[in-house]
Ligand binder design. Structure first.
Ligand SMILES: Nc1ncnc2c1ncn2[C@@H]1O[C@H](COP(=O)(O)OP(=O)(O)OP(=O)(O)O)[C@@H](O)[C@H]1O
Ligand SMILES: [Mg+2]
Length: 260
C-alpha cells in the first residue's frame, strides 16, 4: 500500500517523524511495519518502548546463527560463497516486537567492510528488506541513518516514497539537494520535504524558498514537548496533541498527492 523511507541530515527529526507516522497509520487499523535501518538504532524508544525493552531486541545483523543457517556462511568468516537470496519470509514475524499495532524490526550494523560490502549478513538484510518492501497491503516506514550514504548502498531501493526532513538551516537543505541528486539512480520518483523544528513564518519560508524544486508536505514546528518526551522515555505520539495534528496534516497531504 505505502512504503516510505525517511531520510535527511543528522538530528533533524527523522525518527520523530517516522514514529509519529507509524502510530497514525496503525491507529487507522493498518498493518504497520516499522524498520529501523539506522545502525545507531533508536526508533524503538521514539515509538514508546522502554530502554530495557528496546535492548532486548536483537538486531537482525547480529543473529549469527540465523545468518549462517540461511546464507550457508558464518558472518565475518570471509567465506567466499554464500546464498545471495536467502529465505526470509518467516523473519518479520519471528524477530520483531509489536507495539500498539506496529511491528518493529531492527536491522543493525553490518560491521565488515565499507559501503560496498557483500557478505552473508548484508545479503540477508538486503533480501529481508526487499521481501518487506514487496509484501502487499502493508504500510512500511523505514527510518534511515543520517546523510546520503544509505542511498548509495541501495537500502531504500523499492520504497515508493522518500521523505526528506529538513530543519531551517543551510546544511540540511544541502543534504536534501544531495539526496535528490542520487534518488534518480535508484528509480525513486517521488520524494517530498517535511520541515522540522521551525519556529516562525521566516523559518518555514526559508525552507520553502530554498527548495523550489521540491514539494513541501508540511512542518513539525519546534516543540519543547518533543524533547521532553525524548528525555523522559515517552513515545513522541503521546508528547502533545498539537504535534500529532501537524503530522496528521502531513499524512493527509501525502495521501492527497499520491491520489488516495
Ligand atoms: N520538532 C521538534 N521540536 C523540538 N525538538 C525536536 C523536534 N524534532 C526532533 N526534536 C528533538 O531533536 C532530537 C533529534 O530528533 P530525532 O532523533 O527525531 O532526529 P533524527 O534525524 O532521527 O536524528 P539522527 O540523525 O541522530 O537519527 C531529539 O532530541 C528530538 O527529541
Ligand atoms: Mg534517527
Amino acid at each position: 500500500m505505502i512504503k516510505l523511507a525517511i531520510t535527511g541530515k543528522g538530528g533533524v527529526g527523522k525518527t520523530t517523524l517516522a514514529s509519529l507516522l507509524a502510530h497514525l497509520y496503525a491507529a487507522e487499523g493498518n498493518n504497520v511495519i516499522a524498520i529501523d535501518a539506522d545502525p545507531d538504532a533508536n526508533f524503538a524508544m521514539a515509538l514508546g518502548l522502554t530502554q530495557a525493552q528496546a535492548q532486548q531486541i536483537t538486531p537482525i545483523a547480529e543473529l549469527e546463527d540465523l545468518i549462517e543457517e540461511r546464507t550457508g556462511a558464518k558472518p565475518g568468516s570471509g567465506a567466499p560463497f554464500f546464498k545471495l537470496n536467502p529465505r526470509v519470509d518467516d523473519i518479520p514475524e519471528r524477530f520483531s516486537v509489536k507495539i500498539d499495532g506496529i511491528r518493529l524490526l531492527i536491522m543493525g550494523t553490518v560491521k565488515s567492510g565499507g559501503g560496498g560490502c557483500m557478505c552473508p549478513e548484508s545479503a540477508l538484510l538486503k533480501s529481508l528488506m526487499s521481501h518487506l518492501l514487496f509484501r502487499e497491503s502493508d504500510v512500511v516506514i523505514m527510518d534511515m541513518d543520517a546523510g546520503v550514504e544509505h542511498i548509495g548502498r541501495g537500502t531504500a531501493q523499492a520504497v515508493d516514497i522518500l521523505i526528506i526532513v529538513v530543519e531551517p538551516g543551510r546544511r540540511s537543505i544541502q543534504t536534501a539537494e544531495a539526496i535528490k541528486g542520487l534518488v534518480g539512480d535508484l528509480g525513486i520518483k517521488r520524494y517530498y520535504i517535511v520541515g522540522s523544528k521551525t519556529q516562525s513564518d521566516t523559518d518555514r519560508e526559508f525552507i520553502t524558498s530554498s527548495l523550489p524544486d521540491f514539494e513541501v508536505l508540511g512542518f513539525i514546528n519546534y516543540n519543547p514537548k518533543i524533547r521532553e518526551a525524548d528525555l523522559s522515555g515517552k513515545s513522541v505520539f503521546d508528547a502533545d496533541p498539537a504535534v500529532v495534528a501537524e503530522v496528521r496534516a502531513i499524512k493527509e497531504k501525502l495521501e492527497h498527492k499520491e491520489g488516495k
